[in-house]
Write a protein that binds this ligand. Structure first.
Ligand SMILES: [Zn+2]
Length: 146
């Protein structure tokens, strides 16, 4: 059911934890699996200098959080914003269709954290379109996202 990359990421997740003086925090939840994901960002200049996550959820959600945080570390905020859930799924070597929404959660948590950073700096939050999993159990795939 899961690829070896998903299993490796789940059994040895990277960037787990919290950042006490984070510049942005994003939290999202998925009604479908009951996953809750919180992403902490530390920004230096316009770069993500550190990123940590706390995910209470299924294996796919934890694997997605770990992979997504590894991908955005060192990116600019705009680059991290552009990371799609399809990028995360691809990096994981694929997810079962019923678990794709867990990768959407990772993207949404990152975007929420980025917008938290922007809001704290007095900037307009970036617009969130097709916000993934708000429809709950019906949203097993998001081909429109990207
Ligand atoms: Zn899940």
């Amino acid at each position: 059911m899961y690829t070896e990359k998903v299993i490796a990421e789940f059994t040895n997740p990277q960037n787990v934890g919290e950042i006490a003086d984070a510049d942005g925090v994003g939290e999202v939840g998925s009604p479908a699996c009951g996953d809750i994901m919180r992403i902490y960002l530390k920004i230096e200049g316009d770069r993500i200098a550190d990123v940590r996550f706390r995910t209470f959820g299924c294996g796919a959600a934890i694997a997605s959080s770990s992979m997504a945080t590894r991908m955005i570390l060192g990116m600019s905020l705009a680059e991290a914003w552009a990371v799609s859930n399809a990028d995360v799924v691809e990096a994981l070597g694929g997810l079962p269709p019923a678990k794709v929404h867990c990768s959407v959660l990772a993207r949404d948590a990152i975007r929420a954290a980025i917008n938290d950073c922007r809001t704290r700096r007095g900037l307009e939050p970036w617009e969130v379109r097709s916000s993934g999993c708000s429809r709950g159990a019906g949203c097993d795939s998001h081909p429109e996202n990207g």
